[in-house]
Design a protein around this ligand. Structure first.
Ligand SMILES: NC(=O)c1ccc[n+]([C@@H]2O[C@H](COP(=O)([O-])OP(=O)(O)OC[C@H]3O[C@@H](n4cnc5c(N)ncnc54)[C@H](O)[C@@H]3O)[C@@H](O)[C@H]2O)c1
Length: 446
């Protein structure tokens, strides 16, 4: 099928590549000319496992094209995907500027019927707004062309985006049009061979499903973080509690890892947007408000513990930080807990030596060159000359470090682990002090 994707970010680029990979003819349109030029030259602007070879192979096969030419994009696709950003507006609501701009662009150029498929995460009612925008723009051109607006929210996980799109848990389709449903069934048939993953519903329910799913996951994280704080106060070990809870199949093990709070481009903004949507109807979303409050507090905990350990000031101290991305296998630092940690460390007077396997360039872009930040080429280099280590992102490479070397390099021999990666007794045996989330602190036993 002929498909056009507006927006070549984490969602649009991956979805475009995956659709091309199963044989569809895909044109990706973006307003960012530098990004499009890079993609045309085979350079992938984001870190996603498996993405680069897939993009290159499908470009070479002539099934995947990148352009800034919206007219060309609109002419190409019978199905037109919206995968542009929906960042939070000042009041926390989702900013629909980009979504509605693409709606206008489509209507300015369309010459025949189109199915507009919205993959961006958007508040309930946005499909109606997109339809009204298209209709008004067509009316301005003095024409009337048939079109449908379908909601098809995206559930990929950053860091596993390609495999998630190749093997989706479910494909949510919001439409009451039998014709649009038929087209989407045909589009997604290659992903439905094992069993039917498509769940078809009305548009508003599809729009709400995306927010409900992300809010549920955020709730699990805030809940376990609340238990971690309690465990710390009560002298219990939240890791034991987590395993005990997770063994109940009604609860399950996933998404109940205590840590430094949720971040990334989705959970914080989606929880905020859903709160805004709820409040705009006059309804108070008690659970969501608490989830957000707990997370705002949790992402400060790590920094607070480090500062408290050194008596309230980090002046003259150098802190090694492992991990900058908001989670492993991505270079995305949007709302990353590391950003809150670094600000707290700097405010307390520390110098930081940081390493991340993928997000160093992004960190440099965000923070710029500064005297109190050294971006180090390896985890070991970050430890050199540091007093203590703080772990913020649970990259695989951090899971089995050389503790002997760590104990030699860290002047104060102290590890603050925001992801509970290690067995406290093992760390202590190597002569290191160890604080982790919701577990009894361990003094060195060496
Ligand atoms: N990142 C994720 O893990 C994820 C997962 C599920 C859903 N989502 C949702 O998908 C949407 C996109 O997220 P993302 O992370 O891919 O965003 P992103 O910021 O990485 O990419 C958005 C892209 O859209 C482009 N763009 C903006 N206006 C445009 C226009 N008028 N025409 C063409 N291109 C335009 C931008 O230049 C950019 O390249 C958001 O609503 C997000 O909430 C994201």
């Amino acid at each position: 099928m002929k498909v056009t994707v507006f927006g070549t970010g984490y969602v649009g680029l991956v979805q475009g590549a995956v659709l091309a990979d199963v044989g569809h003819e895909v044109v990706c349109v973006d307003v960012d000319a530098a990004k499009v030029a890079a993609l045309q030259a085979g350079q992938i602007p984001i870190h996603e496992p498996g993405l680069q070879p897939m993009v290159l192979a499908n470009q070479a096969a002539g099934r995947l094209h990148f352009t800034t030419n919206a007219a060309q994009g609109v002419a190409h696709g019978e199905l037109i995907f919206l995968a542009v950003g929906t960042p939070p507006d000042e009041d926390g609501s989702a900013d629909l500027r980009h979504v509605l701009a693409v709606a206008r662009t489509i209507a300015q150029h369309m010459a025949g019927p189109k199915v507009i498929v919205n993959k961006s995460t958007v508040p309930v009612g946005t499909a109606d707004e997109v339809a009204a925008t298209v209709r008004a723009t067509l009316a301005g051109r003095g024409i009337d062309i048939a079109f449908e607006v379908v909601s098809n929210p995206e559930f990929l996980k950053a860091g596993a985006a390609v495999s998630d799109c190749m093997r989706p848990d479910r494909i949510i389709i919001g439409t009451t049009s039998a014709a649009a449903e038929r087209q989407l069934r045909e589009l997604y048939a290659p992903f439905n061979r094992n069993h039917d993953r498509m769940v078809v519903m009305d548009v508003r329910s599809a729009e709400l499903t995306k927010y409900a799913a992300n809010a549920m996951l955020a709730t699990k994280i805030s809940f376990i973080n609340e238990m971690a704080n309690l465990a710390e106060l009560l002298g219990a070990d939240v890791e034991a509690v987590r395993r005990g809870m997770g063994s109940d199949p009604r609860i399950g093990y996933s998404f109940i890892y205590p840590g430094a709070g949720y971040g990334g481009s989705c959970f914080p903004k989606d929880v905020k947007a859903l709160i805004h949507t709820a409040q705009s109807t006059g309804f108070t979303p008690e659970v969501l408000l608490a989830v957000e409050r707990r997370n705002n507090a949790q992402r400060e905990v790590l920094g607070q513990r480090v500062i408290a350990h050194y008596g309230g000031s980090l002046r003259g101290k150098t802190i090694a930080v492992w991990g900058l991305a908001f989670k492993p296998e991505t270079d995305d630092m949007r709302e990353a807990p590391s950003r809150y940690l670094l600000q707290a460390l700097w405010a307390a007077g520390a110098r930081v030596r940081a390493h991340d396997p993928a997000a160093m360039a992004e960190a440099l872009r965000i923070f710029g060159e500064r005297a109190d930040l050294t971006l180090c080429a390896s985890p070991t280099e970050a430890l050199e000359g540091a007093d203590a280590l703080v772990i913020v992102t649970e990259w695989k490479i951090f899971r089995a470090p050389d503790f002997n070397q760590m104990a030699q390099l860290l002047k104060n021999r102290m590890v603050f682990d925001g992801r509970n990666l290690y067995e406290p007794a093992i760390v202590a045996r190597h002569g290191l002090g160890y604080w982790s989330v919701g577990r009894p602190a361990v003094a060195t036993s060496a």
